[in-house]
Design a protein around this ligand. Sequence first.
Ligand code: SF4
Ligand code: SF4
Length: 133
Amino acid sequence: MLVKLRPVDFGADGMFLAGAAHYPKFMSETVSQAYGAAGRALTLLSHDTVVASGSVCEVDENRCVSCGACITVCTYGAIEFVNTPQGRKARVNPVLCKGDGLCNTKCPTEAIILKHYNNEELQSQIDAAFAEL
Ligand code: SF4
Ligand code: SF4
């Protein structure tokens, strides 16, 4: 029997889907997918370090008011609260962050910045573009 395998990769890095996590399917396909998912996970685990993009978000904990808006909007699960001496603060996992900047738009205190795309840098790009007109 020819079994057409579905991809096991997920939108968030380091997560792999197999079996009924996709949809109901036969046992043979489930087992094949599980092998595939385990293989993909092993590929990641075989590296001593993980290289992440440079354009990821970072939280200025002094400005974070612990509202949770960034955590709610991040579809990659890249932000979580951590307990610090200053109280509960949001923190970004740079390996999971995709740099889409959604959390930036929701933060009421501008505590989260996307590296290389902060307000000053974007304004400079706009100024430079219009200076040529
Ligand atoms: S930039 Fe996108 S992926 Fe990264 S923490 Fe913000 S919402 Fe999540
Ligand atoms: S949205 Fe801003 S203030 Fe609210 S938890 Fe996230 S970083 Fe902190």
